[in-house]
Design a binder for this molecule. Sequence first.
Ligand code: ZN
Length: 255
Amino acid sequence: MPEHDYRAYAIRYGHRDNVPAHEAFHRPHAAPADGMDYFVWLVTDGQRSVVVDTGFAEAEGTRRGRKFLRSPDRGLAELGVDAARVEHVVLTHFHYDHIGGQALFPNATFYVQEEEMRFYTGPGASLPVIRESIYLPDVVSLLSANYAGRVQFVDGDREILPGVWVHKASGHTPGMQFVSLETPRGRAVLTSDASHYYANMEEANAFNTFVDLAGVFRGHARIREIASQPELIVPGHDPLVLERLTRVADGIVQL
Ligand SMILES: [Zn+2]
């Protein structure tokens, strides 16, 4: 038996129809059949919880043509978790669809990679191709959280709770990080955008947004190394997650 007994939940909060193949895959590939889902994740052993990412701000997601299906805190409430009382929130990277709901977690400490903060507050951030994935008010609010002592900076890998880790995987963004957790079946990985779709990893065909293509593949290798079995790898945006994992409520599945 593993020492820790965490469960992970994927909570769908948004959706995008019609994702073109050239956006989802760097090399020729069919377009994703069901577009793209947007998730936040909950890791819990019933006592302690970590929330992974906070979703997009409704207005910003809508402006980009994404459907906002529900506020992430509503999904957490269905699992008995009060977002306002959550203490640990991992922000996997700074793209608009991952750090927009910070205000839902007024008592949380946010765990970010130091390099991600440095990059998106530094000289490269103003490049149009870089800033187009960012919603500036989200970054500003994270700066405010830091000045309030609510940001923990990670450089590489770190254990957030006993048995729950973050792992740096530069590639999609400079300070991209994914999460691993000990479950009764072994170590599981929530990849977030280190692999958007199952097919990105399975077919070694990167999602077509990255700052370091070789880094994306190093990330895939690291995920495989850490996960006890391939079935325990949960990609970041794939609608198939809702089919392959165990349904517990509408748009919520458990690993
Ligand atoms: Zn994303």
